[in-house]
Design a protein around this ligand. Structure first.
Ligand code: 5AD
Ligand code: SF4
Length: 573
């Protein structure tokens, strides 16, 4: 097979981003090349999200565009991966015959084989001149499908059967970080649990990602070590309900010498310590401690998303005692009304949620040592039957919780969920929009107050790259200076290079192909974007006598001088 070019676009959560990274690694190892432009690709893959209707609509419209393209390019192979594939199944291919490959999130390890089959099938379709001429080749799908269907919850035993998805995680290809291309690559995601057992009534995730499964701790620690050896200094552990993590070694099952992930047990709820701690079990607290201690070159250990119940003091104690575990928790409340919480099947009351936040702050909020605890939340407005009083209770919770930021969503009914079947979507769209805006405005005030409270404080930050403002400025410069082939970044180059050095001409529009942009005075300070361990974003200027890129991926101490428009501005100290 000649080398195929793939375009892969990811929608949705961090779990999908990680899945895409693993899939891309696998395809690369098989000789596929990746391109950032769909037009240049022979294979177009969408890794999809079904959590809200809007995310799905984007994919439908992309598929519609590809349908047109396939008429003139019948060799094109199109794949839908992830939650939409799982949810819609073969109906998706019926509606959009442009789709050749469907792979659910539980079957991603099967993608290479299916893709290969689809490529061959399309090749045979387009070898038939008549079919191409009549448009039949374009209209036919080379249908290849791998979905879990309803098997994901079939086994009631603790150990899952051989879990081929674990092989995908284990096969992660980690290459050393290139010194010239470090932006973003110093951070990595590591999956610890998959799926979800909660069945919140609005949510598709338990249906698309299946039951909660926990990976063996040895696999997780080894993956962290591999990433650290390659230069990663920040790891974010992923799970839909990350704090449910628990691995019972006594019940471990091996298949072909590989310890298998385990299905999660039900949590009784409201515990302060994992009741199985110490009984040949790795609890979430144990796992955090192990990664912290066994992989010391990881300077920042984060985790998302936490379920606000089942979060013990044992975990809070470990976070407090281990300096490289970040003081940031993403703990979605969804609503501030007890009635709504019940209808959503969240399993806690507003009082219990606030008591949990108090506990978190008691253990982890230490601004006096530069380590304030920051929280972020998720809210759904306009859930069925939500009244103005329910919404007022949500505003009230937002004020009490004081999140640094919140993700606010209008309720989107999802077929297959309990709410979709049992509750009419009876809050008008205009009311949803109004509540969304009101909640956002309230959050903005709180975020602004929190930002201002940081002025004068000092933090250690991880420099993530050039700020967006800086990136935009550079793009503008490139756009307004045709013919530039490279940018010089950093004051050192500006001082070193007189205008025209590269081509020997003073005329910047001389037409040479090796022209180097020389920084003007207004370019002198290059703005970097960095993050505190509590996930606050800080903009900081690189010193003018240093190459700004050399700061990317490093930890720096900064003092916060100003806070405007929800962002912090600091200086290196
Ligand atoms: N409608 C709107 N928002 C939803 N979320 C999950 N399901 C829905 C839905 N049907 C939100 C929740 C969750 C986040 C990932 O997406 O707030 O925490
Ligand atoms: Fe969905 Fe609830 Fe599970 Fe989160 S905890 S993934 S909202 S079912």
């Amino acid at each position: 097979m000649s080398q195929r070019t793939v375009y892969l676009e990811t929608f949705g959560c961090q779990m999908n981003e990680l899945d895409s990274e693993l899939v891309a690694g696998q395809l690369r190892a098989l000789g596929y090349r990746f391109t950032p432009t769909p037009e240049a690709a022979d294979v177009v893959l969408f890794n999809t999200c079904s959590v809200r209707e809007r995310a799905e609509q984007k994919v439908w419209s992309r598929l519609g565009e590809l349908q047109l393209r396939k008429k003139v390019d019948p060799g094109l192979v199109v794949g839908v991966l992830g939650c939409m594939a799982e949810r819609d199944g073969v109906d998706l291919v019926r509606r959009m015959p442009v789709v050749d490959v469907l792979v659910g999130p539980g079957e991603l390890d099967k993608l290479p084989g299916l893709l290969d089959n689809a490529v061959r099938t399309r090749e045979s379709l387009i070898s038939d001149d008549e079919a191409v001429a009549s448009g039949k080749a374009a209209a036919k799908s080379a249908r290849q499908v791998a979905l879990q269907g309803n098997t994901s919850r079939r086994s009631a035993t603790l150990a899952a059967a051989q879990d081929s998805l674990e092989l995908l995680d284990l096969s992660r290809s980690v290459s050393p970080i290139d010194a010239d291309d470090r932006a973003g690559k110093r951070s990595a995601y590591v999956r610890i649990t998959r799926g979800c057992n909660k069945f919140c009534t609005y949510c598709v995730v338990p249906f698309t990602r299946g039951a909660e499964i926990h990976r063996p701790p040895e696999h997780i620690v080894d993956e962290c070590k591999k990433l650290a050896d390659a230069g990663v200094i920040e790891i974010t552990l992923l799970g839909q309900t990350v704090n449910h993590y628990r691995f019972e070694h006594g019940a471990a099952v091996s298949v072909d010498g590989i310890v298998q992930p385990q299905k999660g047990r039900a949590f009784a709820g409201g515990h302060r310590r994992d009741p199985l701690a110490g009984r040949n079990v790795t609890t979430f607290a144990d796992l955090l401690r192990r990664i912290h201690d066994e992989v010391p070159s990881v300077k920042r250990l984060r985790f998302v998303t936490s379920y606000p119940r089942d979060f013990g003091d044992d975990v809070l104690e470990v976070i407090r005692a281990h300096p490289r575990i970040c003081r940031y928790l993403h703990v979605p409340a969804q609503t501030g009304s007890d009635r709504m919480l019940q209808l959503m099947n969240r399993g806690y009351s507003v009082g219990e949620y606030l008591e949990f936040l108090d506990r978190c702050r008691h253990y982890l909020d230490q601004p006096e040592i530069g380590r304030p605890l920051m929280l972020s939340g998720d809210f759904i407005v306009g859930f069925p039957t939500e009244t103005d009083e329910d919404f007022d209770a949500t505003i009230d919770l937002l004020r009490k919780a004081r999140y640094k930021n919140s993700f606010i969503f209008k309720y989107s009914p999802r077929p297959g969920t309990i709410a979709f079947d049992k509750l009419a979507d009876d809050v008008p769209e205009a009311t949803k929009r109004r509540r969304n805006n009101l909640l956002l405005a309230e959050q903005t005030k709180i975020s602004d107050d929190i930002s201002k409270a940081q002025i004068g404080r000092e933090f250690e930050v991880l420099v993530e790259g050039l700020s967006r403002r800086e990136e935009k400025r550079r793009k503008r410069q490139i756009a307004t200076a045709p013919g530039l082939v490279s940018l010089t970044v950093g004051g050192r180059d500006a001082a070193d290079e007189a205008p025209g050095d590269a081509c020997g001409s003073d005329d910047h529009d001389c037409g040479c192909s090796t022209k180097v942009h020389v920084l003007s005075e207004s370019d002198a300070a290059v703005q970097l974007s960095a993050r505190t361990d509590s996930d606050l974003i800080v903009f900081v200027d690189a010193p003018v006598d240093r190459d700004p890129q050399s700061f990317v991926g490093t930890l720096q101490r900064v003092r916060i001088n100003t806070a405007t428009n929800l962002s912090l501005h600091g200086e290196m100290i």
